[in-house]
Each structure stands twice: as C-alpha cells, then as structure tokens.
Design a protein around this ligand. Structure first.
Ligand SMILES: [Zn+2]
Length: 684
C-alpha cells in the first residue's frame, strides 16, 4: 500500500477551504480523511473515523480547545469540513475520570458540548480520539490488519509485526469502555505510534495530518507484507455442478425465499433488493468444500454486523439438472431464519430480554458456482452488504491462508448488532410504501412512464425504465436516483427476455410491471391498411402480453405475488372516430387484464388497468393539441379540460392511479378511470 499524499493536492485543499475561513489544519484533516475513505482496503461504508484537535472561537466569541471528529452520516471519501463537528475537548476529557457511562448519556454529553448545535452526532469513537493527546488521530478497519489480528494469537502476531511501535487493546464494544481501556494502554507506553484494537481495527497518531496518515499506510503495509509470508493454499474446492443455473434463475428464487410475510397485512411482504457479485476470489471462497465452516465463523470487524448480519446463508450449489434446487434453497433460507431467531432468543435472554428482534432474513447469500449476493431493503443497502461481504471474503481468505480466521464471539456480535448506537446508524425511519419492491416501467422515456417511474422510486421502489428510445429513458432516469434505463423494443420477444435478465441481474427480480408503452395508429376502420392494424396489435396488445408473461414467470419463481399494471386508454371502452386501429388492441388488452387477474389470482398476482384520456405526451403532442383545439374552435386550455370536471389531466395523475393500484393489495381486475370525467367512457 502506497501513500496517496500529493503535496500539490494538499496545498490546493488548504487554499480551497481557506477561502471559506477553514484553518490549514482542518483543511488537511479533510484532505487525508478523504484519502483514507477512498481506499476500500482501508475504509468501507462508515467503518472508520478521524479527528484533529484545534483551538476555535465558539458562538459567543470565546477561544476554546475542541476536538473536530467525524460526524455520523458522513462518508469519509467525500467528507467536507461540516462533516467533522467540533466538540469542547475539556468536557470530553473530564469524562475519563468516570468508571462507567451508559451509551445514551455519552451521546448526550457529546451533543451538549458541540460548538454548533446543528452539527451531526460525533462518532461513537469520539472519546477514544479525545483521550489520545496527539493532534491528529486516524482510525480504519483496514482488511490487512484484520486478517493479521482476527486470529487466536492475534496479540502475538501484532507484536511480531509491530514490536513496541503499536499498543494492543483487547476487544471490548466501542464506546466509553473501549475509550477508557485504550487510554490505559496508551498511558502504559506513551511512545506508541498507534493502537491495534483486537478484532476491530487500527488507530495511528501524528503531530500533523501527513504523519498520522502515512503511519496508517505504513502499519497497514506491514500487515500486508506479513500476510504474503508462509501462505498456505486454502479452501479445497467442493463439488461444483457441470451446468449451473443462471444467476437470473437463482436470484428470484432467493428473493422469494428471503421475503417475510407481513402478519398484519395479508398479501404484504418485507422484500429485499439483491446485489450480486462475482470475481475469481469470491468463486474460490464460495466453491470451497468447507465454506459452511469458514464463511460462518463471524464478522471481520464488529460494525459489519448491522449490515451483513453475523453469518451469510450458504445455498446449495445450483445444479441446472436438479429440479429440487428451489425447494433446497428455500429450506436453506428457512433454516437460516430459524437459527437467527434462536440466536436472538438465546442472546436476548442473556441481556435480560430488553431487545426487539430485527427481521431474521439474511443480508448475504453465498452460492457455489455463482458468487455472493448482497441483500438490502434498498439498492444502496444491498450494495453496501455486497461490498462488505466482498471485503470479508478477502480478509477471511488471507486470515486462513496464514492461520485461522477467528472473530469475536457470539455474545460480542450480539452486543454490537443490538447496540442502540449501531442501530441508530441505520436510521429509525419508517420504510417507504414500496421499499424492497422492483418495478419495471415500459415507455419509460415518455411522459406517463417517466412520471410513474419517478413516483414509484419516490415511494421506495427500485425502478427499471424500458424504452425503444434508450436515450429518452436514460434522460428521464437521470432525475431518479438509482433508476436503471434500458433500451428495449417491447414488440421483440428476444429484447424483452434480455431486458428482464438485466433487471434481475441489477435488482434480483420483479414485483410490479407497469406495461405502459403504446402508440396511436389511426384510420377509418373499413379502409385501414392491414399492416398498420397488425402493427398496432403488436405494440398495443401483444407487447403487453409478452411483458406480462415474462413478469409472471419471475413472480412465480419468487412466490410472493406481484402486480401487473396496464395502460389501456379510454379507447378501450369508448371508441373515437377513426381511432379503430388504436382502440381495438387496447380493448383486447383490457380483456387481457381480466384474464391475468383470473388465471393468477390464486398466486397472489394482481392485474389492474388505468383508463386515461387526453394527457400531454408522445401520443398527444403540443402540435397535435393546437391543431385539434383549432379544429374545434376551442382554446388549448378548453380543449385539454374538455371533461366533466373541467380540469386538465396530467401524466402525474395517471402515475398516482398506478400507485394506488400497486398498493391496493385486495384489488385485482380493476380499471381506474383518469380522464376528468367522460360519461360515454364510464365503465359499467
Ligand atoms: Zn472502529
């Protein structure tokens, strides 16, 4: 590992922040924090923190000593000065005299001594930073250090590599107790350049930003060098099927197996998004004969437990010739959940029954022959779980190649997983109505498709936007965080299969289809060109069927129901003159909705339609509106509001109707009219 310090960049940071009145030391603190945070071998998703001790003017103008320490909610790789809230140092140092301190009180004292009352909560490791006398303190969970010390003889290995240059702190849960213990180790030998925290990570100290940072790089490099010595080859491969199921077949089965039925709302599930990963190192790990042993020993550093749980679920090798794989995979997940509930019951009894169980679903799945899969309630959470799992693979592989990976025990893992301060990192926000669901929207580049995708994403869904004009879908997707834009001609069955494969590879499955793509062909029905009529049927009927059939196949593999939503238009019930080529296939699609509702109701798959009219879109362009209004002697406004309510109907109104149908778990074969009122188009 090499130092990434670049003198010119450091000076640029000093100049840039200096213009906002930030001191050189704080600017360099930000600079090296970013350097640490950008290297996944050092820091991943909140696993680390840094600090600097400064003098600062408080809000009433007094000069005080402060500790600027990483605030929660900030990512080290992208941190800014506001991400290092200043806390009065004197108040923090006073706490050293105490013998014990509950976590909530520690948090209150830290908050009460912030210079800026609006600043984020200081890190849970604030007191450890405060108790070290050095100006700069850096902390990471570097994977090489973890591979070195997550061993039965971790202390001896630390001494072998670092001698007396690094202090060694036995494992305790982060917080007041760890800060006191670390301060004691430091006081016993104040010449140390840093501390190794057993089963947890590493601290380095410095008089300036560069010294603390480069000590971190040096100490991690020493661990890396040691890990290259006397390596044995590990992980004897287990039997891997000659022909594996594809990831696109496995993922929906895993999603379904992990979904948890909501006991209070029939038809509702707690669902997960999937983030698959594969690499040579991951395959070497998951294909090992003894994967169920080494993968399930525990977490490489305690704070991973809130993202990955303490163990992954290990699925059976996905043999394409084994018709019982789905049942075996579901059984493996069910066993995982039973084990988790038993673990919780056992541990909660130990701590006096004071904790509330989190959901028992796994956050990491290992599939021999395929790779690893992260799970989360959002695409971001799934990615974080996969990132941490990938780092765990590297760390455990290195640990077992040089010894035996030995993490903290179950009691310590539980104390960390159910530590209120760790739970706070996840946020207590109520999940959004569509959290964990995956929605595929066709015609995603158009007005109604884009409005629907945006609304569904805002309600928590992972959204894929398909459009024959991929650039249009991509342009609309730019406004929607995490949305996947795909080019897809929905009248091409092969393209549809491929689009679903991409959605499943990105998110793991599909729960909601919004089959919206359409186009209006016109012509007097007795004179219309046969080819035009057939083309209209391809897009306005058969494409809906192709999309729905492929969605249903995935939904059945998941076994958690699903929702098919169709845009059928007013033409399906109330034909307009010369709109036969458009209305006829739409009428067939209205019947298609009913057929799906009938045939798949028992599987929990609902089918509903929105019957919209006169929406500004690709079908009803501004030019077309102007022409129509003029032909009828109306203003554009009067033309667009020509309905019973006298209100123009928008793409957002249609999106709201689709959302209502997606959420109405007891409603199927419904047609919702969104047209401002048109009695001739009212459904019987
Ligand atoms: Zn830590």
């Amino acid at each position: 590992m090499k130092s990434a310090w670049v003198e010119r960049d450091a000076r640029a940071a000093v100049d840039r922040y200096g213009r906002d009145g930030i001191t050189d030391e704080l600017a360099l603190r930000v600079y090296t924090t970013q350097l640490l945070g950008r290297d996944p071998k050092l820091v991943l998703h909140g696993g680390g923190n840094t600090s600097v001790k400064l003098r600062m003017t408080d809000l009433v103008g007094d000069e005080v000593d402060v500790l600027c320490v990483k605030g929660s909610g900030w990512d080290m790789g992208t941190i800014e000065p506001a991400g290092l809230p200043a806390v009065r140092l004197e108040a923090l140092l006073k706490l050293r005299a105490r013998t014990a301190m509950p976590d909530d009180e520690m948090v209150r004292v830290q908050r009460a001594n912030l210079i800026d009352p609006m600043a984020p909560n200081p890190s849970v490791e604030t007191l450890l930073h405060a108790f070290m006398p050095h100006k700069f303190v850096d902390h990471t969970h570097a994977s090489a250090v973890l591979a070195l010390i997550d061993q039965p003889d971790g202390e001896q290995r630390s001494r072998d590599v670092y001698g007396a240059r690094m202090g060694y702190v036995p494992y305790v849960l982060p917080g007041f107790g760890l800060a006191k213990l670390a301060a004691g180790v430091f006081d016993a030998d104040p010449t140390v350049e840093g501390l190794i925290l057993a089963k947890h990570g590493i601290f380095t100290f410095g008089a300036d930003a560069r010294e603390a940072y480069e000590r971190m790089i040096e100490m991690v490099t020493r661990a890396e060098t040691r890990l290259q010595k006397n390596r044995t080859s590990v992980f004897v491969s287990g039997p891997i099927p000659q022909q594996s199921l594809a990831l696109t077949e496995i993922a929906p089965i895993l999603r379904g197996a992990c979904a948890i039925k909501d006991a209070s709302n029939e038809g509702a599930f707690t669902r997960f998004i999937l983030a698959p990963r594969v690499s040579e190192a991951i395959l070497n790990f998951v294909n090992g004969r003894d994967v169920a042993d080494y993968a399930r020993r525990g977490v490489i550093t305690p704070d991973h437990t809130i993202r990955t749980k303490n163990w992954p679920v290990v699925l059976p090798a996905a043999d394409a010739r084994d018709p019982t794989w789905r049942a075996k995979a579901r059984a493996a997940v069910a066993t995982f959940m039973d084990d988790y509930k038993a673990y919780f019951a056992r541990q909660n009894a130990r701590v006096g029954g004071t904790r509330t169980m989190l959901d028992p679903a796994p956050r990491v799945a290992l599939v021999p022959g395929i790779g690893l899969i992260g799970l989360g309630r959002t695409p971001k959470d799934a990615k974080i779980a996969a990132d941490l799992a990938e780092t765990a693979v590297d760390t455990i592989t290195a640990a077992d190649a040089t010894g035996r990976f030995t993490p903290i025990g179950e009691d310590d893992m539980f104390d960390c997983e159910y530590w209120p301060l760790e739970q706070a990192k996840l946020g207590a926000a109520k999940p959004l109505p569509l959290a964990g669901q995956i929605a595929v929207v066709t015609g995603g580049g158009g007005a109604i498709g884009a409005a629907t995708a945006k609304l569904f994403a805002a309600q928590g869904a992972a959204v894929a936007m398909l459009d024959i004009d991929g650039a249009a879908a991509a342009a609309k997707a730019r406004d929607i965080p995490g949305a996947l834009a795909l080019t897809c001609d929905v009248t091409d069955a092969g393209a549809v299969t491929q689009a679903y494969a991409q959605v499943v590879a990105a998110f793991g499955g599909v729960d909601i289809l919004v089959s919206n793509a359409g186009a209006a062909w016109q012509g007097r029905i007795g004179e219309v060109d046969d080819l035009a009529l057939r083309k209209s049927f391809e897009l306005n009927f058969f494409a809906h069927q192709t999309m729905a059939r492929a969605a249903v196949r995935i939904m059945l593999a998941q076994g958690t129901g699903g929702c098919l939503l169709f845009n059928v238009s007013k033409q399906a019930v109330n034909p307009g003159p010369n709109f036969g080529p458009y209305g006829l296939p739409k009428a067939a699609t209205l019947f298609l909705v009913r057929q799906y509702a009938l045939d798949y109701g028992a599987d929990g798959i609902r089918a509903n339609a929105v019957n919209a009219d006169r929406i500004r879109s690709g079908l009803l362009t501004e030019d077309f509106i102007a022409e129509r209004a003029k032909a009828r002697g109306l203003t554009e406004k009067d033309y667009m509001s020509g309905n019973l309510l006298g209100r123009e109907v928008t793409a957002d109104d249609v999106a709201q109707a689709f959302l209502a149908q997606a959420l109405a778990l007891k409603t199927t074969a419904d047609v919702t009219t969104v047209d401002g009122g048109n009695i001739a188009a009212a459904l019987r």
